[in-house]
Design a protein around this ligand. Sequence first.
Ligand SMILES: [Zn+2]
Length: 72
Amino acid sequence: MNSSCLKCGSSEYYVKTIVCPEKNIGLKIKLGVYYLKICSECGFVEMYAAEILDDEKNKKGVKIEKIPNPSY
Ligand SMILES: [Zn+2]
């Protein structure tokens, strides 16, 4: 994750984990885990897929790709 807010540049944030049921083709439901990085200055939220973030963490020197933010 980037250490500073994309919107206001603040480096203060907290992280929450959310679990979201996802329906794939074939009607199987799995639980997707996401990290929310919430700026403590402006409330801007970045959302990361945990399975990708955790996977990327295991590869040294690989840049973490971000998930686009949900529009609101
Ligand atoms: Zn911010």
